[in-house]
Unconditional design. Structure first.
Length: 114
C-alpha cells in the first residue's frame, strides 16, 4: 500500500474541526486503498500525557514516520507544524500533494503522477 502522511492545521483555528479534517482525509485515503498516517490523532495521547508528548516531541516523532511514507498530503490552512513537515519531506525528496483528488489519481494512473 502507498503510505501517505497527512499534514495540516491542528492548533490554529478551530481545533476540533482541524482534527476532523485530518481524520476525514485519512478515511478518504483508506477508502481509496492507501495507508495514511494521521498525526491529528496525536491529540489523544497528548491529552493523557502532555509532558511526555510535548509539541516538539510530536513533531520529532512525526518526522520519523514521515520518512517511512511515500508522499505527503498537505491540507489547506495555516500551520507552522505542517509547513515544517512539508519542508522536511521536500528535503528528503518525498513528494507533496496539495489536492487529495490529484494524489489519488496520480498513484492510480502513473502517467498522471509524472
Amino acid at each position: 500500500m502507498i503510505k501517505v502522511y497527512v499534514a495540516g492545521p491542528i492548533r490554529i483555528g478551530d481545533y476540533a474541526a482541524n482534527v476532523r479534517k485530518g481524520i476525514d482525509a485519512g478515511l478518504t485515503l483508506i477508502r481509496a486503498g492507501f495507508a495514511p498516517y494521521i498525526p491529528h490523532t496525536d491529540i489523544l495521547a497528548r491529552l493523557i500525557d502532555p509532558v511526555a508528548l510535548s509539541e516538539e516531541m510530536c513533531l520529532r516523532l512525526n518526522e520519523e514516520w514521515l520518512l517511512q511514507c511515500d508522499c505527503v498530503l498537505r491540507l489547506p490552512g495555516e500551520s507552522i507544524g505542517a509547513d515544517r513537515e512539508v519542508k522536511f519531506a521536500l528535503q528528503h525528496k518525498i513528494p507533496v500533494f496539495y489536492d487529495i483528488t490529484k494524489l489519488i489519481a496520480g498513484y492510480n494512473d502513473p502517467l498522471e503522477f509524472y
